[in-house]
Design a protein around this ligand. Structure first.
Ligand code: FES
Length: 182
């Protein structure tokens, strides 16, 4: 465990500012854990929304070091240690208070999407052998294309390679720590 510094945005729709806090973080600590510790130890009135803590519901979305992230999925270890970790509400939505923004627009859009209604009497193809190989091959190609495209966009945005660089960096750090004299 080590102590990490955080700058958490505090305020409401009329304005606010970053407030500095400290929280303990160790291997596996995610930003949401740290925010909860800050709530527990220093700022019981800090507003934060979360629900599943399993990267499923999206309710813990916030900006971490200026980038939209799920706080329950963002490991503190993956963030630069030489400066405080900045946590602020998502800029794309109006802020309500602190880290909570008004995402009701998502629900409005959701209501406008008509539910899927199958054609009466349509034949359902449920098994792989009913569908054949072609659609699957097409989907595989499409997912390859999206994967390459997302890496290309990330590269141009200066993002780290999520799949390789971060785990490799972490492994290199662990190797350095193992070699360091006690
Ligand atoms: S708490 Fe549900 S995605 Fe983070």
């Amino acid at each position: 465990m080590s102590t990490r510094e955080f700058e958490v945005w505090r305020g409401d729709a009329d304005g606010g500012e970053f407030v500095r806090y400290e929280a303990e973080a160790g291997e596996g600590t995610v930003v949401l854990d740290a925010v909860h510790e800050i709530q527990r130890t220093s700022a019981p009135d800090l507003a934060v929304r979360w629900n599943c803590k399993a990267a499923k519901c999206g309710s813990c979305g916030a900006e971490v070091n200026g980038k939209p992230r799920l706080m329950c999925k963002t490991q503190v270890d993956d963030l630069p240690a030489d400066r405080p970790i900045r946590v602020s509400p998502l800029r794309a939505f109006p802020v309500i208070r602190d880290l909570v923004s008004d995402v009701s627009w998502n629900y409005e859009v959701n209501r406008q999407i008509p539910p899927f209604t199958p054609k009466p009497g349509a034949e359902w193809l449920m098994q792989q052998e009913d569908v054949g190989d072609q659609p699957l091959a097409y989907l595989n190609r499409l997912s390859d294309l999206l994967f390459v495209l997302s890496r290309w966009i990330g590269h141009h945005l200066g993002e780290q390679e999520y799949l390789w660089e971060r785990p490799l960096e972490r492994e290199a750090e662990r190797a350095r720590a193992r070699k360091a004299p006690a």
